[in-house]
Design a protein around this ligand. Structure first.
Ligand code: PLP
Length: 400
């Protein structure tokens, strides 16, 4: 057995001595605790994937059909190139940005999930101007700040969510956008805000877009749930308007939720670069080459087959509609059962942030087997007809 050198400063002999243990991912610990809980009545509202009324996360029928086609027709696994599947990017750009979008200075890159797109966008911004500031509304998806910081951006935060109303804190956002300096990035959740479910209204999008343009900020729109809020076009309306009007804008897109492709890591980065599209394209290719070289193919190929086939598109849209309607029905049921949760009705997507203290979250887990993130974030899709009344009773028992 080799003993670790006792002098941690001796980097030649002990090169990793200065690394620190990273804090464990809270959601992964939650998943483990849920798995070990023997109570048959336990309820999982932690994990961030869609679940149907039976608690399953099935493969879309449209995806299964596209995969069958792929299996039969695919005749090579040779690399595609750093930008990925061009057909996927063409079809996806229409879905995201609308038909007839101006493509003259649009750059598309297929990425490993929305996470890959966020990281690529952040690296490009940091490369263009080291230390570029990025404005984040809080709370936000916990991966956002660490992705941006690791890529070399400087974080600025403001309050996105007002717990008193369960809606967006629009004054705080307006004030932050006024404080931001030209050239700063602003992260905007396209729809289905994670973790609060509190999205901009159509009127608020107009105001945000006007401010972003007036202040010459660079929007980085994280669109990870298109179609799970109000509808495919409705969820993209604000981002589309901003992308059409801005000289410089970025959209980090995930197909992992709205096509149910999670582990296939399917996403894209779209960049509008009015004056420097060629340099932006070449920079993104370079950064992708350094990070993953070529993106994974399978999920993007399945999405391309779905979007290019009217029949598969119809099937996919129907499946997505069923998911969205189920989420809305669960939201309505929660709001109807507990007056304190009325805001949940008007929030969108998978997540809502409940007005619970850490102590109440802990009591729900300990006494009723209800598992949610420590912040009080629930995945609404974890609720169904069979567990809803138990969930409401557990919330009442902790005083909600
Ligand atoms: C707000 C937000 N952005 C991006 C992502 C990343 O998605 P992907 O799994 O495609 O990397 C997620 C995933 O949970 C998310 O919630």
């Amino acid at each position: 057995m080799t003993l670790a050198p006792s002098l941690s400063g001796d980097l030649a002999r002990d090169p990793f001595a200065d690394l620190k243990l990273q804090p464990p991912d809270a959601l992964l610990s939650l998943i483990k605790a849920y798995r070990l809980d023997p109570r048959p009545t336990k309820i999982d509202l932690g994990v961030g994937v869609y679940r149907d009324g039976r608690g399953a996360t099935p493969v879309f029928h449209a995806v299964k059909a596209a995969e069958a086609e792929l299996l039969a027709a695919q005749d090579t696994k040779a690399y595609l190139g750093p930008e990925g599947d061009l057909g996927f990017l063409d079809h996806l750009s229409e879905l995201v940005l609308g038909e007839g979008v101006d493509t003259s200075d649009l750059v598309g890159m297929q990425t490993p999930g929305g996470t890959g797109a966020l990281r690529l966008a952040a690296e490009m911004a940091a490369m263009a101007r080291p230390g570029t500031r990025i404005w984040l509304g809080t709370p936000t998806w916990p991966n956002h700040p660490q992705i941006f910081e690791q890529a070399g951006l400087t974080l600025q935060t403001y309050r996105h969510f007002d717990p008193a109303t369960g809606a967006v804190d629009f004054e705080a956002i307006r004030e932050a956008l006024h404080r931001a300096q030209p050239g700063d990035l602003v992260l905007l959740h396209g729809c289905c805000h994670n973790p609060t479910g509190a999205d901009f209204t159509a009127v608020q999008w107009k105001q945000v877009n006007a401010l972003v343009l007036e202040r010459r900020l660079i929007p980085l729109i994280d669109l990870a749930y298109q179609g799970l809020g109000l509808g495919l076009d409705e969820d993209a309306a604000g981002p589309r308007a901003l992308f059409a009007a801005a000289d410089n804008a970025l959209i980090a897109y995930s197909c992992d939720k709205n096509f149910g492709l999670y582990r296939e890591r399917t996403g894209a980065l779209f960049a509008r670069a009015r004056w420097h599209a060629d340099t932006v394209r070449s920079t993104l290719h370079f950064l992708a080459r350094c990070a993953w070289s070529m993106p994974p193919d399978h999920g993007a190929a399945a999405v391309r087959l779905i979007l290019q086939s009217p029949e598969l598109s119809r099937l996919w849209r129907a499946e997505l509609t069923a998911m969205r309607e189920r989420l809305a029905a669960m939201r309505a049921a929660v709001a109807a059962a507990l007056p304190a949760l009325e805001p949940v009705r008007g929030q969108h997507g998978l997540f809502s942030l409940l007005p619970l203290t850490p102590h109440q979250v802990e009591a729900l887990r300990r006494d009723a087997g209800v598992y949610m993130a420590g912040s009080g974030r629930i995945n609404v899709a974890g609720l169904n007809e069979a567990n809803l009344s138990d969930f409401i009773a557990a919330l009442s028992a902790v005083g909600l």
